[in-house]
Design a protein around this ligand. Sequence first.
Ligand code: NAP
Ligand code: GLV
Length: 308
Amino acid sequence: MRIVCYFPPNKDCKPWLDALRSRIRSPASVEAWQPDSPAADYAVVWRPSQAFFDSQPCLRAIFVAGAGVDAVLSLRLPIGVPVLRLEDAGMASQMTEYVVHAVLRHFRQFDAYAEQAAAGCWRERPLRLRSEYPVGLMGYGVLGQAAARALQVLDFDVHAWTRTPRDSAALRVYCGADSLTDFLRATRILVCMLPLTPDTEGIICRDTLEQLHSGSYLINLARGAHVVESDLLAALDTGHLLGATLDVCRDEPAAPDHPFWRHPKITLTPHIAGTTLCAESVEQIADNIDALERGIPARGYVDPRRGY
Ligand code: NAP
Ligand code: GLV
């Protein structure tokens, strides 16, 4: 069995090669891709190039070393080859930390208190009530569900928006484009944990932002292209939106002069909300390779038609 790995130049491939070599059960050669690499059976990739797929005609499965598959599905892939992504693999707790931190920082006004502290000002601000800060999660998948559970432990009123209907005893789930308005009207803190697909690109735009409560807050830790950046800046300027915490940007890395960096109402982090963990990821990928070799069900199959 041959396994070929493709990682962008800024990501160290060696720990992945070592971990895969020690974890794969069947005899296997595991190598980093070169343009003249021999045809492999399985690919483990993060942000691969078209040249990679064009040079690999015999793949039996493509493993994406992340939760989001937009960068892979945007390429011309070998026909009929399944794409499998990571489910959680240590990202759910990190994404949850990010969401909880951003929600609490806004809700408990820690930025305003930090400003007061810098000015030596001991002053209590008006208390905010949880009942006035309902949290709406766009996307209630593997990662969204983990964040929802943590927010509910903190007694936040949480609801979610999905593509397909679901019964949930845990919270109210709005489903489909027809229910987006109701979902947004019920939301004061909007958290985006959607996959990037043709349906979700640009979904956080003037029209959606206007439907939120006045004085809302945005947290986007999915993909930058969900947000129409000029519409976000306009909503912040009018005061309709009080602020935003963003882990992602339409063009990454954000240029040093990107307006988000220095905007007083925006906190921007460099796509670190859920970092891929090598050991946990390789464990899941190796189990999946083992399952495919034995003809038993693997996990994390992507449906290319729906785009996630
Ligand atoms: P997932 O399990 O596939 O869940 C996706 C959720 O989005 C599902 O609830 C799905 O609805 C919903 N959805 C998809 N298209 C929709 C649409 N058109 N309308 C309404 N809801 C829609 O994905 P995940 O593992 O939770 O990951 C979510 C995303 O997080 C990834 O795709 C990735 O882009 C991002 N991410 C970011 C980082 C980071 O570091 N910033 C790290 C990891 C992941 P259904 O339930 O109906 O299918
Ligand atoms: C990171 O952004 C991921 O999709 O895993």
